[in-house]
Ligand binder design. Structure first.
Ligand code: AMP
Length: 227
């Protein structure tokens, strides 16, 4: 099975958590453009510094940079059998590139959108903490680690991302509305996207995504409670 699983949804919808689980289940790499760009932002180069500025403002990095990043990452040997995209595409131009890559690489695209309300997103993002060593994701409101600020899995420190403060979060949600909503509208019209209620418990959302992947494209609104 050669598949590109695309996790769509606003920042904080739970794409990262679910992508991580899917990666463990299927053995596909989780390709998080946010993580790749955060690494690139550490470089003392003009590009690194530009990415850093854009990311901390909560804006979107240019499509040209993303095209380079995604081409390079998906041509690594570990992506040969399939991969999970977490945070890409975010614009119509990126979606076109993805269609092109899928044709080139001979992969099927499964589009999964995790739908979550604005209030829930704010709480999830400002409360999010991530283990600095293994990447496990916690939330101080809904899923705190057993010992404050210490990862349950490996004892690493759980840290807040610099763009998870209230101001950056508002900017990121605005960037999502402006740039990504048209992409969602495009995918909705194409009938290729499956929508899942992201406010259900994490395990339930995961089971629903698995069912969707197994059944393919026929179920467009599995597990969605609104509408
Ligand atoms: P994330 O970790 O997915 O929330 O992404 C964090 C930040 O990285 C975003 O706010 C953007 O600045 C940047 N970023 C990640 N993915 C993309 C993308 N596909 N297009 C443009 N910018 C991105």
């Amino acid at each position: 099975m050669q598949k590109i699983i695309v996790m769509l949804g606003a920042p904080g919808a739970g794409k990262g958590t679910q992508s991580r689980r899917l990666s463990e289940r299927f053995g596909y790499p989780q390709i998080s453009t946010g993580d790749i760009l955060r690494e690139m932002a550490k470089a003392p180069t003009a590009l690194g510094q530009e990415i850093k500025t854009v990311q901390s403002a909560g804006k979107l990095v240019s499509d040209d940079v993303l095209a380079e990043v995604i081409r390079a990452r998906t041509s690594q040997p570990d992506s040969k059998n399939g991969y999970i995209l977490d945070g890409f595409p975010r614009t119509l131009s990126q979606a076109k590139l993805l269609d092109h890559l899928a044709r080139e690489q001979g992969n099927d695209i499964i589009l999964v959108r995790v739908v979550t309300s604005h209030d829930a997103l704010m709480k999830r993002l400002t409360g999010r903490r991530t283990c600095a060593t293994c990447g496990e994701i916690y939330n101080i409101y809904s899923r705190p680690p057993k010992v404050d600020a210490i990862c349950d899995r490996d004892g690493g420190p759980t840290l807040q991302r610099s763009d998870d403060n209230a101001e950056s979060v508002e900017a990121r949600l605005k960037a999502y509305e402006e740039s990504t909503a048209p992409l969602i509208a495009h995918y909705t019209k194409s009938g290729r996207m499956i929508e899942i209620d992201g406010e259900r418990p994490v395990d339930e959302v995961f089971e629903t995504i698995l069912k969707v992947i197994e059944r393919g494209r026929d179920n467009k609104k599995i597990g969605r409670t609104e509408d």
